[in-house]
Design a protein around this ligand. Structure first.
Ligand code: PLP
Length: 393
């Protein structure tokens, strides 16, 4: 059997840090059958029945056995435009300002390939979602990190950006509600980003994957609500989190027509859109009753309240996330994010994601997914309490 050498492009891809975590959890499972895995970001609830039914019915339509239009069915792009108008009061041209994606992940990787040449720079949040790095690596471009610090509410401090990086940058990634920190954006953040985009010809890509998940009655802000956003940016949204459709692979890029055209062009070469039945069901999800979304947000909020209070009661000084389904927890003194995650896995059989996997500024934190029932989260807190790491005086 020959072993073929991988291309330089493949060899240049960033290492998948979280593959290590998956292996550690699998190894721990061989020793303990009661591991509580809070390390992942996979929604635990099923897709709502009316959306599944829409797919079942659509599967009978012979039209959908054929190739879908390369750029997706117009009815789906129109549904996205209706969604933006209904949810954010934003007008979107369905043909020129919406690209149908096989999940937001695909769009987030593709946008770098569309806009970056070798040696260009992309501004990337640190900590941040690692898939931004992948597209930048595939484009042969470089990253300049924007630290997200607790003292700045996990928003980038644009005043700290180097002039040189700004001159070389063509792309900036933002992500609110934020993975991994659970922070939400302010209007001022988007206004400043748009100003930078205009001044330095930088495309602002707002990853709005957790856009539907905001707590305490606060609806997260879409960047497109801010005047001028479409002039310099696009927003990526996904059905994965809002409608528990992670396995269905449906997302959208919405905004600046030149960026949407570039994404459509690259996709013309890579694939032939999604199965038509999935597109029909996705459109019905966007246009249909939204109680399932409201219930989901309430569920996450209730889990957040239960888990954060339980941790605070055992003396762990943690803050409640404002959005997303993650909690970002500071590690106690004397540990790194990785040694602390190892300790929790080995001694409490609780898996969490070490912050360092999201970038250097993720050090000092672990990320927990609020993707288990409250009794499981309470059990995790109880097991952590037994390690006697925190003082309740
Ligand atoms: N962006 C962020 C911040 C995410 O956490 C995720 C998924 O975990 C995605 C994008 C990708 O979503 P999708 O399932 O649409 O590819």
């Amino acid at each position: 059997m020959k072993t073929f050498e991988h291309s330089e492009m493949i060899q240049g891809l960033p290492k998948q840090f979280f593959a290590k975590l998956v292996n550690k959890v699998a190894a721990a499972k061989t020793k303990h059958d009661d591991i509580i895995n809070l390390g992942q970001g996979n929604p635990d609830q099923p897709t709502a029945p009316h959306i599944i039914k829409a797919l079942q019915e659509a599967a009978e339509n012979p039209l959908y056995s054929k190739y879908s239009p390369f750029r997706g069915y117009s009815f789906l792009k129109e549904a996205v435009a209706t969604y933006y108008k209904r949810e954010y009061g934003v007008e979107v041209d369905p043909e020129k300002e919406v690209a149908v994606l096989m999940g937001a992940k695909a769009g987030l990787v593709e946008v770098s390939q569309c806009l970056l040449n070798q040696g260009d720079v992309a501004l990337v949040p640190d900590p941040g979602y690692p898939d931004y790095w992948s597209g930048i690596a595939l484009a042969g471009a470089n990253m300049s990190f924007m630290p997200l610090k607790a003292e700045h509410d996990f928003l980038p401090d644009f005043s700290q950006l180097h002039k040189n990086d700004l001159q070389k940058s063509k792309l900036m990634f933002l992500n609110y509600p934020n993975n991994p920190t659970g922070a939400t954006a302010t209007e001022a953040l988007f206004q400043d980003a748009i100003e930078i985009g205009n001044k330095h010809d930088i495309c602002i890509v707002h990853d709005f994957a957790y856009g539907a998940i905001g707590f305490d009655g606060k609806k997260p802000l879409s960047m497109l609500e801010v005047p001028g956003a479409k002039d310099v940016g696009v927003e990526m949204i996904t059905m994965s989190k809002t409608y528990n459709m992670a396995g269905w692979r449906v997302g959208f890029a919405v905004g600046n027509p030149s960026v949407i055209e570039a994404i459509n062009l690259i996709q013309d070469h890579l694939h032939c859109s999604l199965y038509g039945g999935i597109q029909e069901a996705a459109a019905k999800a966007l246009l249909g009753p939204q109680d399932c979304v409201d219930e989901l947000v309430q569920r996450y909020e209730s889990r957040r309240n239960t888990f954060i209070s339980a941790l605070q009661n055992i003396g762990w000084n943690v803050k409640a996330p404002q959005g997303s389904f993650f909690a970002w927890l500071p590690v106690p003194e004397g540990y790194t994010s990785e040694t602390f995650a190892d300790l929790l896995l080995e001694k409490a059989q609780v898996a969490v994601a070490p912050g360092i996997g999201f970038g250097d500024h993720g050090e000092g934190y672990v990320r927990v997914g609020l993707l288990s029932d409250e009794d499981v989260l309470l059990e995790a807190a109880k097991r952590i309490e037994k390690l006697d790491l925190f003082s309740t005086d």
